[in-house]
Design a protein around this ligand. Structure first.
Ligand SMILES: C[S@@+](CC[C@H](N)C(=O)[O-])C[C@H]1O[C@@H](n2cnc3c(N)ncnc32)[C@H](O)[C@@H]1O
Length: 636
């Protein structure tokens, strides 16, 4: 089982140093509130790191910065307002898109984050806005790892954020005034303190409670464990650490040290994975004939879900292929018989498929029939800006087939493209079957859908405003280039890819004002010089290749770079120990089956980058499909 975060915490000694960084970043410059919070957290931490380094002439080990921001939120399904009102919201958080993908546009509570007089002045507005509604609490965290070379401070930054949704009860004006007069809202992000009196205003919390208090401890521990594998319990110093504040909630944990009950037992029922570890132990006991009435094993819900996972994927793929979600998009509910007739399917078969989709939360089922959920309208119908339809088709037709050969891939240690697409020449991207316009277009459409979902997060995760030109190496349809151009209007972006990809990319050309900032260039990144730029973007490129070929690509990039130039890696980052069940670990067998490469951790990418002179690495965990790492070319 994964290491207990609290064991890690027991080995952690820290000092609290208030940052002198002035929190005056322009909110309008950030597309998302968490982008703002992560940047503020990073600047706070860097200020402390540099000050400590100057003062002590030695780098601190790690500096942690955090910044919490509260924004109101509404779900897309709540959006009954006009475009005009959306535009007003956009003005409140200028970087926000007019219609965001999963949750609506953010609307910061102006004035709520700092001083009481402003809160007081806005009390009626506050009650109107909070009462009975949900808002989001975002904490951006930056972990700055420091080292010193030739008296120069070198830093590597890892950023992430946590979001918690909080819903307030219907609040009366009287209650609200009483709360304000208690003085508690003063200096609190959001104007309330959930851990004290403010807790009485809160009806529900969805997500990490400690994030609302001000620090997402659980997420932090997970990130920290990726950087530093936790000490073994037997190596830990027993006894109290002065630097760890005495917090009642932690007292229980001392049981671990004092030989109390094992974590799995202690948490039985609350942590399913540990309960199932219990299942395994009990199964062994059964096999040994030790079974007693008390050892009846809990139902292995999670295991059964895993066993049936492929049925879930295939039900979704089939409903997409039959265009069920297209048929129901923005329509009134329809009966199974009508849907079956329209897509030329049997009624009894369609009924089962629709019920399965409703059970999976993809459709709503009512007396009137079946209708799309908001997510189905957005992502599963084949049109629409954020449609995943092509990715689903590719997954169903290519990836699905490849996964039927997983056993062979594991035995042979090679990809299985030849078994699905026919003879291959070693480089998947140069192979004739892949290069057939149909397969290639299908692949590009799948990449385009995914890239569009990720691109905005990538473009805003790290500050790229210092760069004036970028080259998206293996940039495919230019989806990320479009978002970079939109986010940085002075940036000129070249999309560089193989000639026939560039030819097909014409079908995805941007039409908006960004079009003038983007150009396409054909070439081979193993052979040809790369277009000149001061930022090189490698989005899902290095993961396609083994280390020797990744070095060849980075060598090409380095040859084109002057000192100060940047390389932005966008990949699904694994944790250093390869233990966390993020999508990345599922992507690992996928890469084995499909490509020559593999997913890597930030440390592994850093080791690839360093020999090419790329240092000062910043890591941004984006919480979605992909993460980002920015490194700077140093030296000649
Ligand atoms: C996994 S896709 C990533 C596409 C895009 N960066 C994204 O994230 O959506 C890999 C891309 O690298 C391109 N590629 C592969 N080999 C290449 C080569 N030798 N030279 C240039 N581009 C290449 C492919 O055509 C494809 O567009």
């Amino acid at each position: 089982s994964p290491p207990d975060p609290f064991l890690l915490l027991q080995g952690l000694r820290f000092e609290v140093i208030p940052s002198r960084f002035k929190e005056k970043l322009d909110k309008a410059a950030f597309a998302t509130p968490y982008g703002y919070a992560m940047e503020t957290a990073k600047q706070k931490a860097l200020e402390v790191a540099h000050r400590m380094h100057q003062k002590d002439l030695r780098a601190p080990d790690v500096v942690i910065g955090a910044d919490t921001i509260v924004v109101s939120a509404f779900r897309v399904s709540d959006m009954e307002d006009t475009l005009g009102q959306q535009a007003q919201r956009r003005a409140a958080w200028p970087g926000a898109p007019l219609r965001a993908a999963a949750r609506g546009i953010c609307d910061p509570f102006p004035g709520l984050s700092v001083k009481l007089p402003r809160v007081t002045a806005r009390a009626p507005l506050l009650s109107h806005r909070l009462s009975g509604r949900e808002h989001s609490v975002f904490t951006g965290v930056a972990i700055v790892q420091c080292s010193s070379q030739d008296k120069e401070l070198d830093t590597r930054v890892l950023q992430f954020y946590e979001e918690t949704m909080v819903k307030f009860s219907e609040l009366s004006e009287d209650l609200l005034w009483e709360y304000i007069h208690s003085g508690e809202p003063m200096d609190k992000a959001g104007g309330y303190g959930i851990q004290a009196l403010g807790g009485m205003l809160v009806e529900s919390v969805h997500g990490d409670f400690l994030n609302v208090v001000g620090f997402p401890l659980n997420h932090f521990c997970k990130q920290l464990m990726q950087l530093y594998p936790p000490p073994r319990p037997e190596d830990l110093q027993r006894g109290k650490h002065d630097s760890i504040p005495a917090v009642d909630a932690f007292e229980d944990l001392s049981n671990v040290d004092k030989g109390g009950p094992e974590p799995a037992r202690r948490n039985a029922g609350s942590r399913p994975e540990k309960a199932e570890a219990g299942v395994a132990r009990q199964a062994t006991a059964e096999a040994e004939g030790n079974r007693t009435p008390e050892t009846l094993c809990p139902f292995p819900t999670r295991l059964l879900k895993l066993i049936n996972g492929f049925k879930v994927s295939k039900a979704l793929f089939t409903a997409c292929k039959l265009k069920v979600f297209d048929l129901l998009k923005d329509e009134a509910p329809q009966k199974a018989a009508d849907i079956a007739r329209k897509v030329d399917a049997s009624v009894c078969g369609m009924e089962r498929l629709l019920d399965a989709c409703a059970a999976l939360g993809l459709l709503e089922k009512s007396e009137q029939g079946y209708s799309n959920t908001e997510a189905a309208n957005l992502y599963l119908a084949s049109d629409g800006d954020y449609s995943l339809y092509s990715f689903i088709t590719y997954s169903s037709e290519v990836t699905w087939n490849l996964f039927t050969h997983l056993e062979l891939a594991v035995r042979e240690g090679t990809n299985q493209h030849h078994r699905v697409l026919g003879k291959t020449a070693g480089d998947v991207f140069q192979d004739v079957p892949y290069r057939s316009p149909e397969t290639q277009l299908q692949f590009m459409q799948a990449m385009h859908g995914l890239a569009k979902l990720n691109a905005r997060h990538v473009a805003t995760a790290l500050d790229l405003s210092a760069f004036s030109s970028a080259c998206d190496v293996g940039g495919c349809t230019g989806a990320l280039a479009q978002e970079l151009a939109r986010e940085y209007p002075h940036l000129q972006v070249t999309v560089f890819d193989l000639p026939d990809t560039i030819e097909l990319a014409a079908r995805f050309q941007p039409t908006g004002p960004q079009a003038a900032q983007i150009r396409f260039a054909a070439g081979d990144f193993f052979r040809d010089p790369l277009p000149a730029a001061d930022l090189y973007v490698l989005c899902q490129i290095l993961h396609d290749w083994p280390d020797d070929k990744a070095h060849k690509i980075l060598d090409r990039v380095a040859q084109s770079c002057k000192p100060g130039a940047g390389v932005l890696l966008v990949e699904m980052l694994l944790d250093e120990e390869k233990r966390q069940a993020r999508g990345g670990l599922m992507q690992s067998p996928n890469m084995l089956l499909q490509m020559e490469g593999r997913e890597r951790s930030p440390g592994e990418y850093q080791r690839l980058l360093e020999p090419h002179g790329f240092r000062q690495v910043q890591v941004a965990r984006l919480g979605g499909f992909l993460d980002a790492m920015l490194a700077t070319r140093v030296g000649p």
